[in-house]
Design a protein around this ligand. Structure first.
Ligand code: ZN
Length: 102
């Protein structure tokens, strides 16, 4: 069954990795689709995380919830001290990529 999908392949891989760490059997579909768009609509090209077994769904969704909460934690720019939302990869104030090289 399909568990998770996102335009951002990085996020899909994070979910896959998260489930692997918790020994939840899963696999990725459409992994390479966005490299070969062709005549497919963008929606068809989204990579997806699928569970081998639907009985893991509740546990898997809980883990994804936790992960998304963690990634939305605010961070403080070490260059200018500005507080940024966790969904920003660079400081919106000065452009410094501060929290990536942790
Ligand atoms: Zn900054």
């Amino acid at each position: 069954m399909k568990l998770y999908t996102n335009n951002d392949r990085f996020m899909v891989w994070q979910v896959k990795q998260l489930l692997d760490e918790h020994n939840i059997p899963c696999f990725i579909k459409n992994e390479f689709a966005s490299g070969a768009m062709g005549e497919l609509s963008p929606l068809d090209c989204q990579p997806e995380v699928w569970l081998n077994d639907g009985s893991w769904q509740q546990r898997a969704e809980l883990l994804i919830d936790q992960m998304e909460t963690q990634t939305s934690v605010e961070w403080e720019c070490s260059a200018c001290g500005e507080t940024n939302g966790g969904n920003f990869e660079v400081c919106w104030q000065c452009g410094q990529e501060t929290h990536i090289d942790q």
